[in-house]
Write a protein that binds this ligand. Structure first.
Ligand SMILES: [Zn+2]
Length: 187
């Protein structure tokens, strides 16, 4: 998956500008835009840390894992990003990139919205939801079978490929609800 990072950046920027425009319209303090930016930024990168878990704990002895450890040791962020992008299609057994985590995340996001109006926290959780959906749509459009493989990793039975579009539709609706709640939380 070559343009993975580019699509995450695009999706995050779209979310950032959408909410920023709203904040400007309702005359929110400027510091809120900074919180929004930080929340989206942290949220968009945090989920890919499960690739690190894969390299360090699940499959520490592969050539890819050795390469990853060297790039991390040398703080070679550019090579590390490249490695994460390339490994997205080979890592089928991840913790965060999984339907179970995504379902828990949706419940958790609703809970967070009922407990705080802190824009950093809220934009962070919305960004987590967005990240998973971007990964899912990218693989769904290229090859739904790859999506099925990692989304339902470790499961005996997997959701049939023909229902994956409904799965994506449901979680897309959740994301839209969360973005609307994000607006409401700032009123
Ligand atoms: Zn990802």
């Amino acid at each position: 998956m070559k343009h993975e990072f580019r699509y995450h950046l695009l999706a995050s920027l779209a979310l950032f500008f959408l909410v920023s425009i709203f904040l400007v319209i309702i005359k929110s303090p400027n510091i809120q835009i900074l919180y929004l930016f930080l929340g989206i930024f942290v949220g968009s990168i945090i989920l890919d840390t499960d690739h690190l878990i894969f390299w360090f704990f699940l499959k520490p002895n592969t050539e890819e894992s050795r390469l990853a450890k060297i790039t991390i040791k040398n703080f070679d962020i550019k090579s590390l990003t490249k490695l994460i992008n390339a490994s997205h299609s080979s890592h089928h057994n991840l913790i965060f990139h999984h339907y179970f985590f995504q379902s828990i995340l949706v419940l958790f996001t609703f809970f967070i919205f009922t407990s705080t109006s802190n824009l950093f926290v809220l934009s962070l959780v919305v960004s987590l939801n967005l990240h998973l959906l971007v990964d899912e749509y990218l693989d769904f459009l290229i090859n739904p079978k790859i999506l099925q493989k990692w989304l339902f990793a470790r499961e005996e039975k997997q959701l049939p490929v023909k229902f994956l579009n409904r799965y994506l539709a449901i979680f897309s609706i959740f994301l839209i609800i969360f973005i609307i709640l994000l607006f409401y939380s700032q009123l």
